[in-house]
Each structure stands twice: as C-alpha cells, then as structure tokens.
Design a protein around this ligand. Structure first.
Ligand code: ADP
Length: 443
C-alpha cells in the first residue's frame, strides 16, 4: 500500500472516531444543559470533523490512483513484455509489450482460464499458452539443463505468432507461503539470435578458409625440418621449428574458433554410443603420459570404489572436453605439481573431479571462466598459450550430454573441476540446441 494512503487513511479514521465522540457529547449536552445553542455548536463541529475526514479519504484514494498510474506507465514503457496470472491461470495483468507479442488485449481475456486445451481450441492464444506451459512450445531450452520452472530463465520459441522469447518466471506467494500466481518477464531475442547467427557464420567461413593454407604452411615447414630439402644449420633449424610451432598454435586457434561457432549455431553434431567410462579415462590419461613426464607433473587416478556403469556419449566430443581440462591442469601447474582424478557415483551421475596444484584462478575473475575468449590475468602474466575458448567448448559439450561442469579454485593453491555425466539416457537432451548466451544478467 502506498505510504501516503496509510497516512491519509489514518487521519480520516482518527477524525471519524473523534466526531463520533463529539456527536455523543452533543447529544448528552443537549439533554443535560437543555441548551439548543450548545447542541448546534457541537453539531457543526461534528459536521466539520466529518467533512475533513471525507477530505482525507479523497486524498488517500487520489494518492492510490496516482501511484497506480505511475506504476502502470513504467510497466507500459518497458521494452520487455510482462504478464501476471493467478494460480487458476487467469491473466491479471499484461503490459502493452506483452499484448503486442501475443496479439491479444488483456481486457479481452480477463475471464479466460489459460488451460492447455486452448492450444487446440483457440489457436490465436497459442503463444500465450506456450509461455505458461513451455512443454507445449515447439522449442524450449532451459539454462544449464534446469527445469522449465527455473527462475534463471528459459528460451521459448512459440508457434503462433512465431516468437523467440527469453522468459524469466517468478512465483507470487502470500504471507503464508502459498503460491497465488506467477509473473513472467519476456524479452524478444530474435534480433540477438540473428546477429549471433551472422557472427558465427562469419567466423565459421573465415576459419574454414584459414585452415587449408595454414596446414599447407605447417607441412612445408615440416619438410624442411625433417631434412627432406637438404641439411640445415642448427640456427636455421631453430627458426624453422619456431615457425612450425606458431603454425600449430594458429591451427589450434582456428579449430577452436570453428568448434565454438558450430556449437553456437547448434550444429556441432554428436554421435552417441555406449562407452566404458573407466576405459575412456584410462586412455585419456595415457595420452598425457609424455607431456606430464616432461613437465614433471604426476597424473594420479584415485582407486575407483563405486561400480561405474557404461555411459551414453559421443566419444570424440567427450575426449575433446576432457583433454581441454587435463591440458589446462598441466598448463597452469608448475613443475613438481600434481593432477588428481577422482571418479565416483553421485545419484544418477558419474562424478569426475580433476584437481591440480596449479596457479588457480583469481576470485574476482571466476564468474567469467566459461565465457568465450576469457583468459585469467595470472594466466596471461605467465605467458602461457591459450585461446580462451576451451572451457566454453567444454561446458557446451558436457551440457549436450545432460551433464554439468563446475569448478572451485584458489589463487596460488590450485583448481578442481567437477564433471557430472548422467548414467540414465533420459537425462540426455533429445537434440542439440544453440549455445545460449547468459541473457539473464541483462534482463
Ligand atoms: P585457454 O585456452 O586460455 O586455456 P580455456 O577456456 O581452456 O582457455 O580456459 C580459460 C582460462 O581459465 C585460462 O586462460 C585460465 O586463465 C583459466 N584456467 C582454466 N583452467 C585452469 C586451471 N586448471 N588452473 C588455472 N587456471 C585455469
């Protein structure tokens, strides 16, 4: 309730109370003193009090209306659509943007219950029905594999009219904690999606064009290094080796860019098969035996106590994700450090923790770790190589498998990445979606 309303209402109540008191006094005075003059004076006094009470009520009502108008005009001017509906799914409020999205007026549907059957019975309300029941929409993507009722927001594509909306939901509860309704805030992301599509298509084409000449360059250098073009001086060999490594780095960057662009467009392509998980991890560790020995870092697989079942996954994509995490652990850990791998079962998931004793990630930078092109300040200072695309790719691969990747890190102490992968097929999304940017921060 607006503050002014309370103030005016309190004053009015007080005046009505006092005037009642004086009315009784007037009656008593008239009876006791038998003075008509005193009675008339008291009567006018009571009248005055009553009038001022009513005046306060008018002021209170006006202040409520003014504040209501102000709120409505703020909601009306918002570029996001807002709907509020009751627990029995009746629309209580719709701002003009939401009316524009759905092509309906709030007053026309004030008494209509938005039930799933409307999707068939009244196709003109389809988009509205799909926002309230996201499972009916042709495309729905919940952030991080969360449920459709997640407050973090979900992307919904509606069928009629065709919209791409990012939707935040909030339950409304009364003082006893009962859910009395919902509010949904919707943002049209079709423009963002178009821009992001054009951008990733451009990156895709550019990276593709760069790959062939870079590969040719690399193999030409290899011919010289291998002595196929005649013997070389040690100094010449050193320069050619450096050129070769640079070409390899550029190929890695181009490949990462291509992968990231395909992930963003939702066309990375996955082929799921049954995988013996422990065998997969053992082979992965073997791939890094040499590098870890060179860097004097030990990789230790802890004895696995739980019985780990096979998992349903794309072997190559999963290998790419795990290689990225192990390579990071080796890259950001100094000699004599160690990398531990601990595998266990956690409810419906296989949990793998890969921890290192490396440089860690500064606390204030940790929230950006999974963003594209992010490289922590300490990693840049160390002059380590990297594209900042690895963990973006990792997270999307793991999420495509119905899993999640998280980490804890302490600067100067080390970092531990936890990867959860489902053991039940029904926990794996049916198809690949586009990678979703974190819109919720801006909404
Ligand atoms: P990069 O190619 O730079 O390694 P990633 O996306 O794989 O890109 O990682 C992003 C950044 O996260 C890295 O540049 C580094 O700052 C930080 N990082 C990732 N893994 C680790 C780790 N194990 N220890 C310390 N920092 C890490």
């Amino acid at each position: 309730m607006p503050e002014n309303f309370e103030k005016f209402a309190l004053r009015a109540r007080r005046r009505f109370f006092i005037s009642t008191g004086f009315s009784i006094l007037a009656l008593l005075a008239a009876g006791f003193f038998k003075s008509i003059f005193l009675s008339i004076a008291l009567f006018f006094f009571v009248l005055l009090l009553l009038a001022s009470g009513f005046w306060e009520i008018i002021k209170a009502t006006k202040s409520v209306y003014r504040e209501r108008e102000e709120r409505l005009s703020i909601l009306a001017s918002l570029s996001d659509g807002i709907i509020q509906y009751s627990a029995d799914k009746k629309i209580i409020f719709m701002n003009p943007k939401a009316e524009e999205y759905f092509g309906v007026k709030q007053k026309d549907i004030a008494d209509l219950k938005i039930v799933p059957d409307l999707w068939d019975d009244k196709p003109i309300y389809r988009a509205l029905v799909e926002i309230i029941y996201p499972e009916l929409a042709p495309f729905t993507l919940a952030r991080g594999g969360e449920s459709f009722s997640s407050e973090k927001g979900i992307e919904i594509h509606t069928s009629r009219p065709e919209l791409r909306l990012f939707v935040l939901s909030k339950e409304i509860k009364n003082t006893s904690g009962e859910v009395t309704g919902h509010v949904k805030i919707m943002r049209d992301i079709s423009h963002d999606a178009l821009i992001s599509k054009i951008k990733s298509e451009f990156v895709s084409v550019a990276a593709h064009q760069l790959r062939t000449p870079l590969a040719a360059l690399k193999w030409t250098l290899r011919l010289f290094i291998d002595g196929d073009m005649g013997p070389l001086e040690p100094k010449q060999l050193e320069f050619l080796n450096r050129g070769f490594e640079t070409a390899e780095r550029m190929i890695k960057l181009v490949n990462d860019l291509l992968d990231a662009a395909r992930i963003e467009e939702g066309r990375f392509g996955y082929e799921f098969i049954e995988i013996d998980y422990l065998d997969f991890i053992a082979k992965l560790i073997k791939n890094y035996e040499l590098v870890s020995k060179e860097k004097k870092i030990s990789i230790n697989l802890f004895p696995v106590k739980d019985l780990i079942p096979t998992i349903y996954a794309d072997r190559d994509r999963l290998l790419l994700a795990f290689s990225n995490i192990i390579e990071n652990a080796l890259r950001y850990t100094n000699a004599a450090g160690k990398v531990d791998i601990d595998i266990s079962l956690e409810k419906d998931y296989v949990k793998t923790v890969i921890s290192d004793t490396g440089v860690g990630i500064p606390k204030e930078e940790q929230k950006r770790v999974f963003s594209k092109f992010f490289r922590a300040s300490n990693a840049i200072r160390l002059e380590t190589e990297g594209t900042g695309l690895g963990l973006f790719i990792v997270r999307n691969i793991i999420r495509r498998h119905g899993g999640e990747v998280t980490f804890v890190s302490k600067e100067g102490k080390g970092t531990a990445f936890t990867i959860l992968l489902p053991i039940k097929r029904e926990l794996i999304p049916m198809r690949e979606g586009r990678a979703v940017e974190e819109y919720s921060e801006g909404i």
